[in-house]
Design a protein around this ligand. Structure first.
Ligand SMILES: NC(=O)c1ccc[n+]([C@@H]2O[C@H](COP(=O)([O-])OP(=O)(O)OC[C@H]3O[C@@H](n4cnc5c(N)ncnc54)[C@H](OP(=O)(O)O)[C@@H]3O)[C@@H](O)[C@H]2O)c1
Length: 260
């Protein structure tokens, strides 16, 4: 897909990865509309507009209608918003479960539902979704997050196949751990204890843009994470065993008191 001469709605553009997408998109010749609950986090920049949007709003479909009226030339959406919480399932508040399902999954469905007919009518359009390695590998302490990201991967796969004979492109990009505010210090410590690599938001953003330009349907980031994604799909017992070995370390951070 081309990046120049395009108008992207960027959801999550105030976050670590989303912010790193803004300047490269503008440099590539796109206009960017950043939608967030805190649009003031994005200062004035040439080629960038900001709008208030709460992806957890019950009336999100109505808000999207109004947004499309204000910006009728949007021809691409990048859904890079998300919420997570690292905690054992019983410690997860119902509101936290709801927030993850609503922002990570329901909003992606509503956004795609809203823009698909618009893009079909105009004859082109791109729907880009940021998933996670945890959308393919279940990880202790991330039950709710994994559920939403597995759901997002399934949703985008079905949607891509549903639209395969149209001009609407659907892309799914799955980063591994990335150094943003999404991960509290306990999770950073857990990643260090497990020897997990952590990417910079800038490198993830450049991979997302590369996936878009190359017309990738899906892209999984990081090695060996992408190998584990395949292994978990075909031989999940091997991954079960590897994680059982890691469980005492994971439990140490799960039960650190701050997050449990
Ligand atoms: N960081 C990682 O380790 C990692 C790894 C793999 C995948 N990912 C995925 O990458 C994407 C970006 O993550 P990140 O690390 O950049 O997260 P982040 O720094 O925590 O930023 C989260 C973004 O989501 C937006 N958001 C959250 N709730 C929202 C709501 N109700 N309405 C509108 N916007 C909302 C926030 O906007 P406002 O607060 O301004 O509304 C913010 O822009 C997410 O989908 C995440 O799941 C992250």
């Amino acid at each position: 897909m081309r990046l120049h001469d395009r108008v992207f709605l960027l959801l999550g553009g105030t976050g670590g990865i989303g912010k790193a997408l803004v300047d490269p998109l503008v440099r590539a010749g796109s206009r960017v509309i950043v939608a967030s609950r805190h649009p003031e986090k994005i200062g004035h920049r040439e080629g960038v507009s900001v709008v208030h949007l709460d992806l957890a709003a019950a009336d999100l479909d109505q808000q999207l209608l109004r947004l499309s009226e204000a910006y009728p030339d949007i021809d691409g959406v990048i859904h890079c918003a998300g919420q997570n919480r690292f905690a054992g399932l019983p410690a997860m508040a119902v509101s936290e479960l709801d927030a993850q399902i609503t922002v990570n999954l329901r909003s992606a469905m509503l956004v795609a539902r809203h823009f698909t007919p618009i893009f079909q009518k105009s004859g082109s359009g791109a729907l880009v979704f940021v998933g996670s390695t945890f959308g393919s590998i279940g990880f202790p302490g991330y039950t709710a997050y994994c559920a939403t990201k597995f759901g997002l991967r399934g949703f985008t796969e079905a949607l891509r196949r549903e639209l395969a004979d149209t001009a609407v492109q659907v892309v799914y990009v799955a980063p591994r751990a990335t150094a943003t505010e999404m991960n509290p210090e306990e999770v950073n410590e857990l990643n260090r204890a497990l020897g997990n690599s952590v990417d910079t938001p800038e490198s993830v953003a450049s991979q997302i843009l590369e996936a878009m330009e190359n017309d990738d349907r899906r892209r999984f980031l990081g090695w060996p994470e992408k190998l584990f994604v395949v292994l978990n799909g075909v031989l999940p017992r091997i991954v079960d065993k590897a994680m059982l070995k890691q469980l005492p370390i994971i439990r140490r951070f799960l039960n650190s008191g701050v997050l449990s």
